[in-house]
Ligand binder design. Structure first.
Ligand code: ATP
Ligand code: MG
Length: 268
């Protein structure tokens, strides 16, 4: 008959047990705080979106009612009202598109079409396309990518172009004539690093930690009457970069400029 092996019973050490219990409680408390924060952010987003949807709709209705009340309308007045209505409609369209994208990124599996590609080519193509775009005429666009910078990444190219376009549009929007916008890249052992640097107005430290939050526009940039921006741009950028497995942050000095820095894991 086979001899039964007996293992020593683990001793119950109350100190270890209470330490383990303490650690688990701490973890649970942290998870709970995170959940509450997410819930609060979601509520705030809903409140902001409801507000942001309501204002242009009310303005649109007022413009329509005003035009309908006129007996004789001058062409110039009609054009001005129609232009305002067009702006409001574009804003609404952008807001709906952005909210849809942001809410789908992490739940809709079919949203991203990953492919392995050479990041160098994508960055160069993007840069030269912007160079030909008239809207950057008053800015110095620079490319700072080492000649031997070769790296393969797994990304959805359309989404990556959306990230770059968003960062470039911000660099343009928040800078003055004659400012520079530089696209640079380098890599380390694990990641490709992409930087969009501008010499624009910069961001105050108190706002810096919030710019990636949903629907956060620095107050001075919030000009709802003329702007068609939704303030969701950087939240979308962050969600896309994180979907790629990377991260994004910003360094900025008021009146000197801002650098947006993001990483993408290298494809081995
Ligand atoms: P949208 O991108 O939806 O059109 P937006 O540009 O206002 O609107 P975000 O791109 O999310 O929104 O940017 C959030 C805020 O961060 C902006 O309102 C602006 O105040 C600030 N910001 C973003 N990029 C820059 C930059 N390069 N320089 C200075 N401030 C910036
Ligand atoms: Mg933006």
């Amino acid at each position: 008959m086979r001899k039964k092996t007996s293992f020593p019973k683990p001793e119950l050490n109350t100190e270890d047990l209470s330490l383990a219990l303490y650690n688990v409680t701490q973890k649970l408390e942290r998870a709970n705080a995170l959940l509450e924060k997410t819930q609060q952010e979601k509520n705030l987003l809903f409140a902001n979106i409801s507000h942001d949807l309501r204002s242009p709709i009310t303005a649109l209705r007022n413009s329509i009612e005003y035009l309908l009340s006129l007996e004789n309308v001058e062409k110039a007045e009609l054009d001005a009202s129609l232009h305002l209505m067009e702006q409001r409609s574009i804003y609404l369209e952008n807001l709906i598109d952005d909210v849809f994208l942001l809410s789908s990124i992490n739940v809709n599996e079919n949203m991203f079409h990953y492919e392995t590609l050479n990041l160098t080519f994508l960055l160069e193509d993007f840069y030269f396309t912007q160079l030909e775009d008239g809207k950057y005429e008053q800015r110095n666009l620079l490319l700072d990518v080492a000649e031997d910078f070769e790296c393969m990444v797994s990304v959805d190219s359309k989404m990556l172009l959306r990230v770059l376009d968003n960062l470039f549009t911000n660099a343009l929007k928040y800078s003055h004539e004659g400012s520079s916008i530089t696209l640079s890249a380098y890599k380390d052992t694990h990641s490709a690093h992409v930087l969009v640097k501008d010499t624009g107005i910069g961001i105050e430290t108190e706002h810096l930690s919030k710019i990636f939050d949903t629907s956060y526009m620095v107050e001075s940039a919030r000009t709802p009457s003329s702007s068609t921006g939704t303030g969701l741009g950087l939240s979308i950028v962050k969600a896309i970069v994180e979907h790629f497995g990377g991260s994004i942050w910003c360094e900025s000095v008021v009146s000197k400029g801002s650098t947006f820095h993001f990483t993408i894991p290298l494809k081995k």
